[in-house]
Write a new protein. Structure first.
Length: 70
């Protein structure tokens, strides 16, 4: 499975906290057992605030390592 991070609501209009919560939730519910590649559903759009993009990247780095520890 690839993607799952919302590019229509969370990334462009959510807060940094919203982005972090979505990333952590996706990892928590989908990553166990392997085969999950987390990322935006499609391309990150120009209306995405840089702080949300960086929150996405930083949260993936922090929580997306195997074995999953939340």
């Amino acid at each position: 499975m690839w993607g799952t991070i919302d590019i229509q609501k969370t990334l462009p209009y959510g807060s940094v906290k919203d982005v972090r919560e979505e990333v952590i939730g996706r990892i928590k519910h989908l990553a166990h057992g392997g085969g999950f590649i987390i990322g935006p559903t499609h391309h990150v759009q120009i209306d995405t605030p840089l702080e949300n993009f960086f929150a996405l990247c930083e949260t993936i780095k922090e929580y997306g390592k195997h074995p999953i520890e939340l």
